[in-house]
Design a protein. Sequence first.
Length: 83
Amino acid sequence: MSLIKDMQMSAYAVLMIFDVVIEREPDSTVLVGSVPAVRGAYTQGGSTQEVLERLSEVLHLLASEGLVALDGGIEFRVSSLDT
């Protein structure tokens, strides 16, 4: 019965799309990324890909603390890129 319940729940999983802002730190090669819609969702990295990977980790951590709901996969839409 547990397997059936898990299968039913996964049928309703929703892909979460988050807008991301990525900006280059002044006088540095570091990129800073944030998800403005989620308090505390920010990180930094050396490349856009690294920032997006780290933001995914941040969102999963926030979800494990009950601070954001992630029912399915995560997709990012980079709305601002200042490089």
